[in-house]
Design a protein around this ligand. Sequence first.
Ligand SMILES: *[C@@H]1O[C@H](CO)[C@@H](O)[C@H](O)[C@H]1NC(C)=O
Length: 260
Amino acid sequence: MWALTTLLLLATLEKPILSLHPPWTTIFKGERVTLKCDGYHPLLLELRPISTLWYLGHLLLPSHKKSIEVQTPGVYRCQTRGAPVSDPIHLSVSNDWLILQVPYTPVFEGEPLVLRCRGWYDKVVYKLHYYHDGQAVRYFHSSANYTVLQARASDSGRYQCSGTMRIPVESAPMFSAKVAVTVQVLPWTRPPLPPHGPQPWLLETSRFSSESPRCPDRSRRSPPSRAPPPPGCSSRQVAPRLLGHPPALRRRPWNNRLEP
Ligand SMILES: *[C@@H]1O[C@H](CO)[C@@H](O)[C@H](O)[C@H]1NC(C)=O
């Protein structure tokens, strides 16, 4: 009985994870996306069907399924039995000729940042420019994604794209709405160390980087890899991974906020 109580208690503590498929927070009017709500359920509770509650803003949607298809803009959340409400996902629906799509999950420093400029009904976009804070940063002759292989904090800002479409003659340049992107900085990649009493993971990580040239530098990776260290790395160098993650590492889907 105690075990059952503990399991039920655990089930009540974790928020369900809300995800978006495909992962872009802006879609064209008429398109549909799938939202999925994954709760952490002890095996015991899986024996009974888990019903899910869905919210659009403050509205309760009439579905109890684990995933739903939607095409209405707004702020979505889900909830599984006994658990708190999930983090939100903001979905935008556009009527423009061009949309700039960014993933709903936040990008951490060192990870790739992919921006996707799409033409209406996936028409090819020509003379495609990507802009970062008003400056053209990339040109493509025709439709292509703009990928920053290792994003940095300085890649945060407002992005936009422009291009022409053949409808059927070539149009004047058209512009997407601007989208704000925030690249999350990990606590241990931010130099210099804080003046008063740095957190233990900062101390351990800096020691790790300076004393172990033969081992891969994990200090810029995010989230920290769970892969074992390559042969030749001593057990001392594994220490930083045993410290656990600082709470700031949790993914926060609402950070790539869309702006009209
Ligand atoms: C852009 O990226 C998406 C998702 O990774 C992919 O499906 C799409 O084909 C890419 N578009 C282009 C023009 O490369």
